[in-house]
Ligand binder design. Sequence first.
Ligand SMILES: C[S@@+](CC[C@H](N)C(=O)[O-])C[C@H]1O[C@@H](n2cnc3c(N)ncnc32)[C@H](O)[C@@H]1O
Length: 297
Amino acid sequence: MLHFPVLLEESVDFLLKDLNGNYIDCTFGRGGHSKLILKKLSKKGSLTSMDKDPDAYKYASKFKEKNFKIINDSFKNLDKYFDRQSIDGILYDLGTCSTHLDQAERGFSLNKDGPLDMRFDNKQGFPLSEWLQNASEEQIKEIIYNYGDEKHAKLISKAIFKSKMKNKIITTTQLSNIIRDTYPEKFKKIHPATKSFQAFRIFLNNELEELKESLKAAEKILKQGGFIVTIAFHSLEDNIIKNFFKPSLVSFPKDIPLNNQQEKKFVCVAKKVRASKDEININPRSRSAIMRVFQKI
Ligand SMILES: C[S@@+](CC[C@H](N)C(=O)[O-])C[C@H]1O[C@@H](n2cnc3c(N)ncnc32)[C@H](O)[C@@H]1O
């Protein structure tokens, strides 16, 4: 197995209400969800999957189903590819794939030594090593604190800054060792650099902004009655999702004698769905998954 799909049956069951409909899997990865969607859809139904990672695109290009298409782009551009109100359901399974962590050369892994890259789309932008080389101590601290919720952000950023002034940090183990050696609590269950690595990944891939943009685009292209299914792995993503689907307050000018009203565009069909104990036993990564489902009114 290249990547264990999380909440697979549950998410696809919520997504597919019309087996002749048109669906989008925004995060193809290694196609775990896409495969099941294609298996369940009728020949009249269609699936378009997206992934910004060129390796995911290459993998998906082997799929031969006639009602399947893959797009190698960020999901923030969803509305470039689809007409308004043309889609029956959209799935997001956010974050990294196990393949990112398994392949040292992609530069995501704490334990496998590789170039310090961490880009989902490694054909664009610059690797983390380049950004780090030009960053100030304050910038490093802000990122580790804001995106990693790391209480030792100040200490860690100081150590990283000091170290990179001597030698450029170009590998993943260089960075994880600097963090490990400076971390005050020596005996932690998880590697002391876990939160900092997550923070750098979220920042470098602009994950939170792209998610916000994508949800706006998804709202435009979804049909009335269509579903958006999201699987998030940390509270920063989950909060963006919750806030986006909250009813917005419509206020009237003072001269109109009407009270402010709530404008509801979606109903929440399922909130905070978690993986079962059995799934967590097989795939510990699913422990932090939170699924939410919304239907467009
Ligand atoms: C958790 S994996 C998806 C796994 C997939 N559901 C499966 O079962 O194989 C998340 C995927 O989303 C991709 N991704 C992350 N941010 C993206 C974005 N803004 N646009 C498109 N793809 C993105 C990553 O490259 C990664 O392959």
